[in-house]
Design a protein around this ligand. Structure first.
Ligand SMILES: C[S@@+](CC[C@H](N)C(=O)[O-])C[C@H]1O[C@@H](n2cnc3c(N)ncnc32)[C@H](O)[C@@H]1O
Length: 256
């Protein structure tokens, strides 16, 4: 499933099932963007970051493949919204002071192509906010959940990739693409999600169904999982690590 279709599906429940940016994150971001006024938010989504940045005086242009996600950003005062692919931004060179993207690069198939584009359109800075998974090892509740989810999907005739539904690129992957000029680790707050929100997020599919599972089959898998003793979904509540990664645009333009 393409990202726009996937996120079109998630758009109705996105804001209710995601944590809004913390003050720590926003303060760090504003500091890192000091001296910049115009910015493109690549993969703006529902404007989770764009709206508070706009409220702090930035001129934000949102770009996303999912119109349904951007429609929600439009209700939060973000009026400059363009449908576009981050691998080929519909912007000229040096169009904005800074390019920002949050919770996108871990998902995309070609992070290098996206970084190169962000570097092309930004005059002063490229800032990426990357969430990190604390662990993918044995005993990780998410790994176990996915393992059982995948097995049940298989029983119902649907095959999912072994490694997981996302690429989930890490900081090391991005650092290997081009050396950043600054990195700031932020301890994210535990998600402010109610049990109901966690349930709705799981039901919406979100991260673990990379498209190939129709919604009714997904519901059936969840129903079967509910009767098993799989680890609960408490990982949603745990602390998470996030990194702001900053590049000089020139470092990204010089990539091969
Ligand atoms: C996890 S959401 C993050 C949204 C927002 N930045 C936030 O932090 O809430 C990822 C967003 O990236 C968009 N996206 C994924 N791949 C894209 C691409 N190649 N070009 C443009 N947008 C893309 C999706 O449509 C989705 O809105």
């Amino acid at each position: 499933m393409s990202p726009e279709v996937e996120f079109d599906r998630v758009a109705p429940t996105y804001d209710e099932t995601r944590r809004p940016p913390s003050e720590t994150e926003l303060d760090s971001l504003v500091q890192l963007l000091s001296g910049c006024r115009s910015l493109v938010d690549g993969g703006v989504g529902t404007g989770r970051f764009a709206a508070p940045l706009h409220a702090r005086g930035f001129e934000v242009l949102g770009v996303d493949l999912s119109v349904a996600m951007m429609r929600r950003a439009g209700t939060k005062g973000i009026i400059a919204l363009v449908r576009g692919d981050l691998r080929r931004l519909p912007l000229r060179d040096d169009a904005v002071d800074a390019a920002f993207t949050a919770h996108v690069l871990q998902l995309v198939a070609e992070p290098a192509a996206v970084l190169r584009e962000l570097g092309r359109v930004a005059r002063h800075k490229v800032v990426v906010l990357l969430p990190e998974r604390p662990s993918r090892g044995p005993g990780d509740a998410r790994v176990e959940f996915y393992r059982r989810y995948r097995a049940l999907a298989q029983e119902l005739g649907y095959s999912l990739p072994e490694r997981g539904p996302r690429f989930w690129h890490t900081f090391d992957d991005l650092r290997a693409i081009a050396p950043p000029s600054e990195v700031r680790v932020v301890e994210g707050q535990p998600p402010a999600l109610s049990e109901e929100a966690i349930r709705r997020r799981a039901e919406a599919g979100g991260w673990f169904v990379r498209g190939s599972i129709p919604p009714e089959v997904h519901q059936e898998i969840l129903r079967r999982l509910g009767t098993e003793n799989v680890p609960d979904r408490s990982w949603w509540k745990g602390p998470r690590l996030e990194r702001f990664i900053v590049w000089e645009p020139s470092a990204l333009r010089e990539m091969g």
